[in-house]
Design a protein around this ligand. Structure first.
Ligand SMILES: [Zn+2]
Length: 97
């Protein structure tokens, strides 16, 4: 996955209001196939997706990029009222996968 693709994917995640900031160093990102935990470890962010686990040391995954963007732009965060709907959508995606 190129850096450009990651940026595009992060933009798409942000536009779909799928970034949920749980705290200053913790966020939940609802991706296309799963929900990912993004946490800050001192100076860098870590994500539990396959890319983040194996390649996160060299390049941030789209989930981390989306969380960083959401922190800079509070309007891009998922409103809490939308959370139930997002989780239901995720359940549907998992069932259809
Ligand atoms: Zn990730």
């Amino acid at each position: 996955m190129s850096l450009k693709t990651i940026k595009e994917k992060a933009d798409r995640l942000k536009q779909n209001y799928r970034v949920i900031l749980l705290g200053p160093g913790q966020a939940l990102v609802i991706g296309d196939h799963d929900t990912y935990d993004v946490t800050r470890l001192s100076f860098r962010w870590s994500c539990n997706c396959p890319w983040g686990r194996h390649k996160g040391r060299w390049a941030e995954c789209s989930h981390v990029v989306a969380v960083r963007q959401a922190q800079l732009d509070p309007r891009s965060q998922a409103p809490v009222a939308k959370l139930a709907g997002l989780l239901q959508e995720l359940k549907r995606l998992k069932e259809s996968a």
